[in-house]
Design a protein around this ligand. Structure first.
Ligand code: SAH
Length: 492
């Protein structure tokens, strides 16, 4: 035994065992071989060796992979895919050249059929594991006809690439490093070829290129998070599916945007359907993308699109579903499950610009829509007007504050409640109020099956019955899954 070896041995014998030592006695950078059997919530492949769980990015179920260990905890760890020893039958070549590093998509290397099967199972598992339902009535997932280039909206961070070029793209997974799709550089450097995002609209590339060229020409710096300096933070682009109208909004770290008229000329010269150009001032150190308000540079304050026969005006700060084709199917199912006869009072909670509310209004006596973003409610009221719908009433505020007020103070009781909350699910006070109110039916539209399962457990423990679960793929290539659920009152 050399001096070094014996010293190491002595240290090992005397040192107290560290509590974070992993159960396999592995060290960082060790290589091991693992069969991938599942997918984690962030899209990583999951493999197990003697009960030890390894998360491997870019690996898919069925792969046999040699992996390098990166971060080790007692019973689980993270590893990097080094060599694919056997490729899964479900593995495909991503269509996007930056699918690996980009944090936007997590499942591009998995076949679309396998993505759908996993999402459907994810909903079932959450309802069983978190919701406590033994055999939830989950119907086969409704997938997309064409799973690429579907997103009608994107918010691109603006910054610099490693060589200092102006860049627009998406953040890398778990980081704020920009993976560039479009770059622009003056002087001696040449631009890198542009990439069109695999799930975004092709027109985005030309718009981003124009914004970057304008920044370069007028020396308008990109925002930098570490120093909180610079101007342009994000570019929001939204496209109408049925109208081909385009809305562009720059998010800036300033109160005013210099040379904005020139930017408008350059963008409108693209003749790509831009009808609304604005900026939103966001001078806070925050991960929240948009500011609280916006100012117009050129055009109208909104773009228009249609869903299921209704026309909708959408202004820069309002929420609008990102997948128009699937949204039509989703709303049709939500309305069908509401089983309206024309005499019902309906609550549409978390209503955004009133898209579901107007779909429900045709077959209801009255619809009450509640939404926290004031500009979205302005859009909703306008949307009711332009579609000549006069039996909807919209309220600005938190659903958990407005609904108790409508019910307890004004005595308005819903026969049917539709909820479509953000990822964190419904507020406890809202659930409590729904339990007291006991509507005949609840239609729950969810973009997060784990908070859905948590909320359904609460409702079904207090007078409701789980009748129908329909998953939809609204977000192909990503791990997200949308679900529409029907609950009925037990004694109804
Ligand atoms: N139903 C709409 C919007 C769903 S997205 C549609 O299909 O387009 C969720 C919406 O809930 C967003 O518009 C968000 O602004 C809103 N929201 C978030 N928290 C809220 C709360 N506590 N009360 C009411 N609305 C809320």
């Amino acid at each position: 035994m050399s001096g070094w070896d014996s010293a190491a041995c002595w240290i090992r014998m005397c040192a107290k065992p560290r509590s974070d030592k992993n159960a396999m006695n592995w060290k960082k950078n060790d290589l091991t071989t693992v069969r991938i059997t599942d997918i984690g919530i962030n899209g990583e492949g999951i493999g197990k060796i003697d009960g030890f769980t390894l998360f491997v990015r870019d690996a898919v179920p069925g792969d046999l992979a040699e992996v390098r260990l990166m971060k080790l905890k007692k019973h689980y760890g993270y590893a990097r895919l080094e060599h694919l020893l056997e490729a899964s039958e479900d593995r495909v070549v991503p269509s996007c050249p930056v699918a690996g590093p980009c944090g936007g998509c997590q499942l591009q290397h998995l076949s679309y059929e396998a993505q759908l099967a996993w999402k459907e199972q994810q909903v079932r598992n959450d309802l069983i594991r978190i919701g406590g339902f033994e055999n939830p009535p989950v119907h086969p997932i409704i997938g997309m006809d064409q799973p690429l280039h579907y997103r009608n909206k994107a918010q691109f961070p603006i910054g610099y690439d490693r060589e200092g070029r102006l860049a627009a793209g998406f953040f890398a997974a778990h980081s704020h490093r920009i993976i560039p799709l479009v770059t622009a550089s003056g002087g001696h450097q040449s631009d890198v070829p542009d990439i069109t995002c695999g799930i975004g609209k092709e027109i985005n590339t030309a718009i981003l290129k124009t914004v970057l060229n304008w920044m370069l020409k007028y020396r308008i710096p990109a925002y930098q998070e570490d120093t909180h300096e610079g101007v342009v933070r994000h570019v929001l682009i939204r496209c109408g599916y049925h109208t081909d109208e385009v809305l562009v909004c720059l998010v800036i770290n300033a109160e005013k945007l210099p040379y904005s008229e020139v930017l408008a000329d350059m963008l409108y010269d693209l003749r790509c359907g831009i009808v609304s150009l604005s900026f939103s001032s966001n001078t806070k150190r925050t991960n929240v993308i948009l500011g609280d308000s916006y100012q117009m540079i050129r055009g109208q304050e909104y773009m228009t699109d249609r869903i299921g026969g209704n026309e909708f005006r959408i202004s820069p700060l309002s929420f609008y579903q990102v997948n128009p084709q699937q949204t039509e199917r989703l709303y049709r199912k939500a309305v069908e499950l509401a089983q309206l006869t024309g005499s019902e009072t309906v609550f549409d909670l978390y209503c955004g610009i009133g898209t579901i509310s107007l779909s429900l209004a045709e077959k209801s006596a009255a619809v009450y829509g509640v939404e926290i973003v004031p500009q979205a409610i302005e859009d909703a009221r306008q949307n009711a007007l332009i579609n000549a719908v006069d039996n909807v009433h919209f309220y600005v505020g938190k659903a958990e504050e407005i609904v108790p007020e409508l019910y307890a103070q004004q005595g308005i009781r819903a026969d049917v409640v539709v909820v479509d909350p953000p990822r964190k699910g419904c507020d406890a006070v809202l659930l409590e109020t729904m339990i007291r109110m006991q509507p005949e039916r609840v239609v729950y539209v969810s973009c997060n099956s784990s908070t859905l399962a948590r909320d359904l457990k609460e409702l079904c423990g207090n007078g409701f019955c789980l009748e129908y679960v329909q998953p939809f793929d609204q977000f192909s290539m990503t791990t997200h899954v949308e679900t529409v659920v029907l609950l009925s009152r037990k004694d109804a």
